[in-house]
Design a protein around this ligand. Structure first.
Ligand code: NAD
Length: 710
């Protein structure tokens, strides 16, 4: 009766099945096997009058095992298991807690009654992985809450709480106090009332919940919410069938369609990013037993845009943080901006006034470096000047406690040169946050050749506490993300000089899936910001007199983007809506004429290819040079930090999905038209195409080679 993962015992006529599959009770093959076995034993057991199923640890079943998506279909096995649960002749009660998602929630629907601890959250987030509930959810949930509401739940992919679940009707009771005790009482009350099984499959779907008008409205919503994607529309088709097909036929239809969905590029890409995000903290070569240094107290130097956001990240993670700047004015401005951010979080219902006060209490301002001496980690975020940063690191070296991690948020500078200003370069690392630092989920962690393994481990672990996905990079200009941005931005700017309108470029990129067109991004960040970086690095850029000249033309005319109400677009005061501006187009055209750039026509395909191929090409260089650890890390950087569509899997996954040969030939095609200066295929791309190999094969060989060399 006992098994490590699934065990059951009889208590007073109730068979209590307990599952323990840490960390989050994923429904793995072993869990399913354990449940099959427990159910068949219970069926044979005399004297059992009811079944109670619960999970140990942080949560009830959190969902299906996503790593099984790539293997043979498992839907039939799920269907069979859930049928066996549902068809038991005694009442089956599901007692839930934690975060019950996807397959976990679907499993509960095969039970006859459902109770949950107050605070439990439920979600059907499958569309975020390019699929839909495929373990009976599309047929059972509509029988409990109606088809329309089921679809709203699936499309939102967001969790609901216990009171909503009760109100909707898929949860019978919220329990406070000890879950097992409460659930046992619930079971006993059922038995004393003589209540038997209450099978979801025996119900009918309320036909008024699947009207053609509702379906049309939901399809419209799905197209808006998930452009270029199919999973949500697919879910609508399958759920709608729950009203007409009988239950078993509905399940079969669901299985067929779920298998179609799993095989789409959309799903493969989304699952790729899901696993890629989990992989980033694994660093080959770092000893497994390497222990992260404890981080209890933090400090930030520079209370500007980034410093303030970084301080908020620490406070949100319950880590006290001291913020240093050079003047009371700068500090007060920084602290006021932090308070404003928290005020808006309260206003939007993200946190309560009490939480705001608690977090603000963790942030202290200072002008005195002595106040940073107890910090375990210090993040520098002052102006982008090597000299200034070196001066600050000299000071940090003097005052920081031994073992403190000394981090810089530089976007472009050579971190090895910054660390050389200290006598402890092995404690120095880059923590490249993205703006707004308290919102963006990505953190590029940049190591120099001297950064110690323990500092790398500490920073990667700290990132997790700060709720960031860290990606480890080596030092180069722009690290991973901004280095890839270079060619992307170059082509977008060049195309507007060739006569494409800013909206034509941006809308094409957005229709393709980028979160925001690149020219609109420049307007938001400030045209001057890009120009300053360009001027400071002019010596590294290719000798192309048209390079970044669209930005330059706008800058010279005082069009600095949203902050001046004009940039690539025009903006009304206090409004970020982009308006086409003929003045910008005239100005860009005049600049193009001065540079003898001929006007060209730009098809949708050309705009996408000219923007996306350069960033893919650069990704191959970054991979080959070892700036990134692995291809999937590069995908994570662009999916999380640059608005690259997750459903295309990131730049390298996308490149393989359309074929490396197509990318390679595209680069050659533009080399013919625009020359080799900007359009030379990366050696690794060329090599893989010529050898007909995949990135994964190359990575495997490289890993094998590295092992042999050791
Ligand atoms: P910012 O101008 O908003 O803030 C800089 C702050 O540093 C100011 O408050 C200034 O008073 C303070 N400062 C200047 N000299 C100082 C000194 N000697 N000691 C202490 N404080 C000093 O700049 P920002 O946009 O927050 O950028 C800061 C750093 O972050 C830069 O290295 C930048 O490249 C990097 N970064 C910026 C972004 C972004 O989008 N803004 C994104 C990633 C990284």
């Amino acid at each position: 009766m006992t098994d490590l993962i699934v065990r059951w015992e009889q208590s007073d006529g109730v068979a209590v099945i307990t599952v323990a599959n840490p960390p989050v009770n994923t429904i793995t093959a072993a869990v399913r096997a354990g449940l099959f076995s427990a159910i068949s034993q219970i069926r044979e057991q005399a004297g059992v009058r009811a079944v109670l199923l619960l999970c140990e640890g942080s949560t009830f079943f959190s969902g299906a095992d996503i790593s099984e998506f790539a293997g043979p279909p498992k839907e039939a096995e799920y269907r069979d298991l859930f049928r066996q649960i549902e068809q038991l002749s005694i009442p089956v009660v599901m007692a839930m807690h934690g975060t019950v998602m996807g397959g976990g929630l679907e499993l509960s629907l095969a039970g006859h009654y459902r109770v949950a601890s107050v605070g439990t959250r439920f979600a059907l987030p499958e569309v975020t992985l390019g699929v839909f509930p495929g373990a009976g959810g599309t047929q059972r949930m509509p029988r409990l809450i109606g088809a329309e509401r089921t679809l709203e739940f699936i499309l939102s992919a967001r969790p609901v709480d216990t009171s909503t679940a009760c109100q909707w009707g898929f949860l019978d009771e919220e329990l406070s106090g000890d879950l097992k005790q409460g659930a046992l009482q619930y079971v006993k009350a059922l038995l004393s009332r003589g209540q038997g099984p209450r099978r979801t499959c025996d119900r009918r779907v309320d036909p008024t919940s699947v009207t053609p008008t509702a379906i049309e409205r939901l399809k419209e919503q799905a197209r808006r919410q998930y452009p270029n994607r199919h999973a949500a529309l697919h879910a609508i088709e399958v759920v709608a069938q729950s009203a007409t097909l009988d239950f078993e036929a509905g399940l079969i239809y669901e299985t067929e369609q779920a298998n179609v969905a799993k095989a789409t590029d959309e799903s493969r890409a989304l699952v790729h990013v899901f696993f890629a995000e989990r992989e980033t903290r694994r660093v080959p070569g770092l000893p497994k037993d390497l222990i992260a240094r404890p981080v209890g107290v933090a400090a930030v130097v520079g209370a500007g845009t980034m410093g303030g956001g970084i301080a908020i990240c620490f406070a949100n993670a319950n880590i006290p943080v001291t913020l240093l700047d050079t003047s009371t004015t700068a500090l007060d401005r920084g602290l006021a901006a932090i308070t404003k951010t928290y005020d808006s979080m309260v206003k939007r219902g993200r946190i309560t006034e009490i939480e705001k006060a608690a977090r603000l209490a963790l942030i202290k301002g200072t002008l005195d470096y002595a106040d940073l001496s107890s910090a375990d980690v210090i993040v520098e975020a002052v102006f982008e000047s090597l000299e200034l940063k070196q001066k600050i690191f000299e000071t940090l070296d003097r005052i920081a406690k031994p073992g403190a991690v000394l981090a810089t948020n530089t976007s472009t500078l050579d971190i090895a040169k910054i660390s050389a200003a200290t006598k402890r370069p092995s404690d120095v690392i880059g923590m490249h946050f993205f703006s707004p630092a308290n919102v963006m989920p990505l953190l590029e962690v940049v190591r120099t050749d001297e950064t110690s393994g323990s500092v790398i481990r500490t920073t990667l672990d700290l990132a997790k506490r700060l709720r960031k996905t860290p990606v480890l990079a080596r030092v180069c200009y722009g690290f991973i993300g901004n280095r890839m941005m270079e060619g992307y931005a170059r082509e977008a700017q060049r195309m507007v000089l060739e006569g494409a309108s800013p909206r034509q470029v941006d809308s094409t990129l957005e229709d393709w899936g980028m979160a925001m067109g690149i020219l609109a991004v420049f307007d938001m960040a400030g045209i001057d910001v890009g120009v300053t970086v360009h001027q400071a690095n002019a010596d590294r850029y290719p000798a192309d007199p048209t390079y970044y000249q669209a930005d330059m033309a706008l800058y010279a005319a005082g069009r600095l983007g949203q902050k001046t109400g004009k940039g690539y677009y025009r903006y009304l005061p206090g409004d970020r809506t982009r308006h086409d501006d003929p003045e910008a187009i005239t100005l860009l055209r005049a600049a193009a004429v001065r540079m003898a750039i001929q006007p060209l026509e730009h098809s949708v395909t050309e705009i996408v290819e000219r923007c996306v191929y350069p960033l893919i090409n650069e990704a191959f260089r970054i991979l080959e040079e070892g700036i990134a650890l692995r291809a999937s890390d590069i995908d994570v950087v662009w999916a999380l930090g640059y608005g690259f569509p997750r459903y295309r899997g990131g730049p390298l996954f996308y490149a393989e999905s359309i074929g490396l040969k197509q990318v390679y030939e595209g680069v050659l095609k533009y080399r013919e038209r625009f020359g080799a200066m900007h359009w030379t295929p990366a050696p690794l791309l060329e090599k893989l195409v010529k050898e007909g190999r995949s990135i994964a094969q190359w990575e495997q060989e490289r890993a094998g080679g590295a092992k042999e060399a050791r």
